[in-house]
Design a protein around this ligand. Structure first.
Ligand code: GLN
Length: 496
């Protein structure tokens, strides 16, 4: 079935001429029609644009075949991808899962999207997200909740839940998500796919509608580690339009896989703070078993300590809302999207923001504005920034002695829709193992490492230092090759 292909499988079939990009795109669009009524991964589909781009890709492939230059074509030529709705694509609605941007059409595309297009990728549409990427379940989307393909009664995780569910349900070959505190890795874990959050500065944030600018990164959601590497290679790199993007060379992330099987010589740290009472026992068992597999592959396993781990959650929920309250000030009813006229200017602001933002966004704006206010800045925001440095130093210290850190991605598997919506604190706790990496600016990846008794996927999180994505991907690839978790597919009703 064409929609089940990975990027690297499809790329070789496109090159050999066994399939065309139009056939592949049609197959994926048919798959979306068949299952997305149940999964609800997409907020908007752009089939005409996709088929046009696929036809262009076929022409590019045909030219290269004639010229004998197929090997030089980017692997993404003709590959259908999905884009999280907080990432701008020129002329295609970007709602950010919010009513306040319901009718907003971005006048330009994000750098990551331009790079995908330059590589010949085909864009299928925009995927569902928690409003402005604030959440862990997609239940904060103002439009609808996405359902987990492994159990439609459960959440896909969030906030990139639409992208993760689309990948898991074969409604795209891979997708872009964004990760501010775990929003690529956590939904990847809950949907049984691979999710990679790059180092801060590795991928341009230009055209990503900001949530918390010092934490946000665009990342890949993919069916396997090789695809996650291919996608990262396509979007990474310096961008003069994003002053926080780093001018470091972009390696061929998928290249080392061919050369170095096994993990001999790799030192893996297991942080004791990441195995906490209250986590689902099956998650702990699966992650410990995965670490055992990595030991058998030659890795040296050491227990390590990240002593400030328990401060990550309070620090994140000061810094992220503080930045959000500033970033979201631009939605004033004058410049973008919804405008509720209120007589005076002040009333227009009040009405627009009152009607346009949902409850979680309002909660964050209030928290953030409070933390930044004159009387409390030092006590909350400044203190949080100081503790953020301690959290970063924890990682610096540990990553001097080990190459990679291994731990769970999420303390539980996918929870039921509705289970946590009325309890923001328990929702915030689902990101307890992912937030620290964003605070430290380092890279991390989640990949499938088992299933619980209910048949729900479990994610293993691997963490490495800044710009150590090659090491992270190499470790993940070796584990993936030794196991078959990534080959399992959810059984969706439409097929039975
Ligand atoms: N769940 C976290 C939050 O609500 C992380 C979200 C994200 O990474 N975008 O802020």
């Amino acid at each position: 079935m064409l929609h089940e292909l990975t990027i690297h499988q499809a790329a070789s079939l496109l090159r050999s001429g066994e399939i065309t990009a139009v056939e592949l795109t049609e197959a994926v669009l048919a798959r979306i029609l068949a299952v997305d009524n149940d999964v609800k991964a997409y907020l908007a589909l752009t089939p005409e644009v996709a088929l046009e781009q696929a036809a262009e890709a076929d022409a590019t492939l045909a030219d290269a075949r004639r010229a004998g230059t197929l090997a030089e074509l980017p692997l993404l030529t003709g590959i259908p991808l999905a884009i999280k709705d907080v990432i701008s694509v020129e002329g295609i609605p970007a709602t950010c899962g919010s009513k306040i941007l319901e009718n907003y059409l971005p006048p330009y595309s994000a750098t990551a999207v331009l790079k995908l297009r330059a590589a010949g990728a085909v864009l299928l549409g925009k995927t569902n997200t928690d409003e402005f990427a604030m959440g862990s379940s997609t239940e904060n989307s103002a439009y609808f909740t996405t359902h987990n393909p492994w159990d439609l009664e459960r959440v896909p995780g969030g906030s990139s839940g639409g992208s993760a569910a689309a990948v898991a349900a074969d409604e795209c070959l891979a997708a872009l998500g964004t990760d501010t505190g775990g929003s690529v890795r956590q939904p990847a874990a809950l949907c049984g796919v691979v999710g990679l959050k790059p180092t801060y500065g590795r991928v341009s944030r230009y055209g990503l509608i900001a949530y918390a600018s010092s934490l946000d990164q665009i990342g890949s959601l993919a069916k396997d580690v090789t695809d996650a590497a291919i996608l990262l290679g396509a979007i990474a790199g310096h961008d003069p339009r994003d002053s926080t993007s780093v001018n470091a060379p972009v390696p061929d992330y998928a290249a080392p896989f061919q050369h170095k099987p096994g993990l001999s010589g790799l030192r893996i740290g297991v942080p004791k703070e990441y195995f906490v009472p209250g986590m689902q026992p099956e998650v702990e068992a699966a992650v410990r078993a995965a670490i055992g597999v990595m030991r058998d592959l030659g890795a040296e396993i050491r227990e390590v300590s990240l002593p400030h781990t328990d401060l990550a959650l309070p620090v994140y929920y000061l810094i992220a809302p503080a930045e959000a309250s500033a970033n979201l000030a631009r939605f004033d009813g004058i410049r973008y999207g919804l405008s509720a006229s209120g007589g005076s200017l002040w009333e227009t602001y009040r009405q627009t923001r009152g009607q346009g933002f949902g409850p979680e966004v309002k909660r964050r704006i209030m928290l953030g504005a409070y933390a930044l206010s004159a009387g409390y800045y030092d006590a909350y925001y400044l203190k949080a920034q100081q503790v953020r440095t301690l959290i970063k130093q924890d990682f610096d210290n540990v990553l001097r002695d080990v190459d990679v850190i291994a731990c769970p991605t999420s303390p539980t598997t996918a929870f039921r829709i509705g289970e946590k919506v009325d309890d923001p604190l328990s929702m915030y706790l689902t990101d307890i193992f992912t937030l620290s990496l964003n605070l430290a600016g380092i890279c991390g990846l989640s990949l499938p490492c088992g299933f619980d008794a209910a048949g729900l996927p479990i994610g293993l999180q691997l963490i490495a230092g800044p710009f150590e994505e090659p090491r992270l991907l190499q470790a993940a690839y070796a584990y993936e090759q030794a196991t078959d978790w990534h080959t399992r597919k959810p059984k969706l009703e439409a097929e039975s």
